[in-house]
Design a protein around this ligand. Structure first.
Ligand SMILES: *Cc1c(COP(=O)(O)O)cnc(C)c1O
Length: 389
């Protein structure tokens, strides 16, 4: 199999099964005592992810937490960071935002009694273009001005593979008094990020794409420390966000932990956090700078082969500049829709795993951790045969 589906579900780290089995063994051996006495005690289990997660998103350890799944975290973040007041009540997203993000945003607007037809600002690429321009987003943010409460954008766009230039977008949001949050589903473990220095307000991610932590793995959140220590800001609370020293004293008054951990609701799911720890250990050893360097070369190589071999048949919609993409290339096959879809089916039959996104996009992601240049060569050859070129 030639696996180019790591943008959707990353491959299993070798240590994942062992780590899950170790937790099962500790549970079998210790029962409830495992909370304290497991080889990796369960109460602070999720904290083992913090150091590497912080490195991956460019944050202090206090600014990140592994918890829940992406959409749940997005809601928790919006509860705190979408606080409409008077005419400052709009949220800016992209027109082609991932459906779950759009549903979450619209439902938050409705939750505040706002009409999405008025308060949801959706930006789209210029006519005839597939990707958004930074200056257009900045202009739109400026035009909405004091009506804008929050900007929610991706780090890397799921459909086109476009990587956004976050610092000027964050600055533009702050200039009009709005907060800037990011969906890093396709960015974490893919491109280099410096959320703290860029002064992002919050971010959310899942861990089963580039982070290889397994289907439905525990996701994560970034909360900038300037908000993480602002206890006046409303939040939805749970016991796992309560001051660790007296979490088990059952104080009736919620006293949040400093930082992102203060947004936790529940005790961590050990069995779905174990593979995340296995995966983060690999990222820790490889390091994002080295991975990113290979990624640029590998994805650049795939682009080069596609342009040489298939320029008449395939349009690459992902931007070409290295700063504007991660691993993924999104392709349109220049055939009628049904035929293009059939090419994708042939590709899968021949063992090349990518995926198809309606209406017309084939996504392939060479992953620096586990894909080789030879695999890229083989995949492009198989694609050429599938297209009949
Ligand atoms: C993958 C992905 C999600 C997934 O959401 P879950 O809550 O983890 O199911 C959400 N948003 C974007 C942009 C994604 O790419």
């Amino acid at each position: 199999m030639l696996y180019f589906g790591g943008h959707s579900l990353g491959l299993q780290p070798k240590a994942a099964a062992t780590m899950v089995e170790e937790e099962l063994a500790d549970w079998r051996r210790l029962g409830v005592l495992g909370h304290h006495d497991a080889v990796r005690p369960w109460i602070p289990y999720h904290e083992r992810a913090a150091r590497v997660l912080a490195e991956l998103v460019g944050a202090a350890e206090s600014e990140v937490v592994a918890m829940n799944s992406l959409t749940v975290n997005l809601h928790l973040m919006m509860v705190s960071f979408f606080r409409p007041e008077g005419t400052r009540n709009k949220i800016l997203i992209e027109r082609s935002a991932f459906p779950s993000d759009r549903y979450a945003v619209v439902s938050q607007l409705q939750y505040h009694g706002l009409d999405a037809a008025q308060c949801l600002v959706e930006i789209e690429p210029r006519v005839g273009e597939r990707n958004l321009k930074t200056e257009d987003i900045i202009d739109r943010i400026a035009a909405e001005g004091s009506h804008l409460a929050m900007v929610l954008l991706p780090g890397v766009q799921y459909l086109t593979g476009q990587a956004f230039d976050l610092p000027p977008l964050i600055a533009a949001a702050h200039r009009v008094g709005a907060l800037a949050g990011f969906d890093l589903a396709h960015a974490i473990g893919n491109i280099e990020l410096c959320l703290h220095d860029w002064q992002a307000d919050f971010a959310v991610w899942c861990s089963y794409k580039y982070l290889n932590a397994g289907p439905g793995a525990v996701g994560g959140c970034f909360v900038n420390d300037r908000h993480g220590r602002d206890f006046k800001r409303p939040r939805f609370a749970g016991w796992w966000g309560h001051n660790k020293a007296d979490r088990f004293l059952y104080d009736p008054n919620f006293d949040p932990i400093d930082g992102a951990q203060g947004w936790q609701l529940s005790n961590p799911p050990i069995l779905s956090t174990a593979p995340l720890l296995a995966s983060l250990d690999i990222f820790n050893r490889a390091g994002m700078p080295a991975l990113r360097k290979k990624s640029i070369a590998l994805t650049g190589f795939m682009r080069h082969l596609l342009e040489q071999r298939l320029s008449q048949h395939v349009e690459i919609i992902t931007p070409a500049a290295p700063a504007e993409h991660g691993c993924q290339l999104s392709l349109r096959i220049a055939r009628p829709a049904a035929e293009a879809k059939r090419c994708q089916a042939l590709l899968t039959e021949a063992g090349v795993i990518g995926d198809w996104r309606e209406p017309d996009v084939l996504r392939l992601a060479p992953i620096p951790l586990y894909n080789s240049f030879a695999e890229v060569c083989a995949a492009v050859e198989i694609l050429a045969r599938a297209i009949g070129a």
